[in-house]
Design a binder for this molecule. Structure first.
Ligand code: BGC
Length: 268
């Protein structure tokens, strides 16, 4: 079933959208009528392929390389989007990486790399977007004057041994999102997060590629299946549309029930 054009004429930046969840979000936003800026860090080919797919469906997209942890790159990302589409309505702070290690072995580089992309990148991008939303005023395209959506994780809530940099960044993202919802709401800017659980993407392929590992992972998911990127893309369209206009300051978990702690079934 096709998505209604709930974001018609709006312009969205989706960071880290050449692959995985970001790619699906960019695709679904474009299917809902949004112009999309596809941001990538190193996978130019995949980003261009997505742009081609969007254009084949009659949508508008540009591709911009940028490291979201770098202020100059972030300025370039926003400038190129405004140049191409004349305004901004939606930012999805999706770019994120994992650099897993046992805490006792974790290097400062791996700590900082994850903080830079997952948390500082979200700060830098959200700040630029909010400044633009305030300056451009009401574009008459949506009930709100702009929407910020953070791609958080079940790990803003569930601690994660062996991934302390990642879980700490997602916990920080939760407070970033909620503090911004408090601070920017009166400007008409709507702020939320999505909290994906285990979604089949390259970031966690070690955990689902072989059957034994997949079955172990499924023990964490009451609904009994691993998530697909489209589960997140569709939720993003709803959360960014006027159908969700009164949803503000919330994380919507899209996780097959992972945050219900199924380890307690028959236990505790
Ligand atoms: C992580 C995945 C993981 C999932 C559930 C996500 O935020 O990026 O690697 O499978 O959480 O633990």
């Amino acid at each position: 079933m096709s998505i209604e054009k709930k974001l018609n004429g709006q312009t969205a930046i989706v960071t880290g959208s050449s692959s995985g969840i970001g790619r699906s979000v960019a695709w679904h936003l474009s299917q809902a009528g949004a112009n999309v800026c596809i941001n990538y860090h190193s996978s130019e080919e995949e980003a261009l392929e997505l742009k081609g797919n969007i254009e084949k469906q009659g949508g508008n997209a540009i591709v911009v390389q940028a490291d979201v942890g770098d202020e100059k790159d972030v300025d370039k990302l926003f400038n190129k989007t405004i140049e191409a589409f004349g305004g901004l309505d939606i930012l999805v702070c999706n770019a994120g990486i994992q650099k897993d290690d046992a805490f006792l072995d974790m290097s400062l580089d791996d700590w900082q790399l994850v903080m830079s992309t997952n948390l500082t990148g979200s700060f830098l991008c959200a700040q630029r977007a909010a400044r633009i939303f305030k300056e451009q005023g009401d574009r008459g395209l949506s009930c709100s004057k702009g929407k910020l959506l953070f791609m958080s994780s079940v790990h803003e809530k569930i601690p994660w041994a062996g991934h302390v940099n990642y879980a700490t960044a997602k916990g920080g993202m939760k407070m970033l999102m909620q503090s911004l919802a408090q601070e920017l709401g009166s400007m008409g800017i709507r702020v939320n997060s999505l909290g994906p659980g285990a979604i089949k993407t390259p970031i966690n392929e070690d955990a689902w590629k072989d059957d034994e590992k997949l079955n172990k992972m499924l023990e964490l998911i009451p609904y009994g299946r691993i998530g697909e990127t489209k589960d997140i893309g569709k939720a993003a369209v709803w959360l960014l549309s006027d159908d969700a206009d009164y949803v503000h300051g919330t994380t919507l978990f899209v996780d097959g029930g992972m945050t219900t702690y199924p380890g307690f079934i028959g236990n505790g």
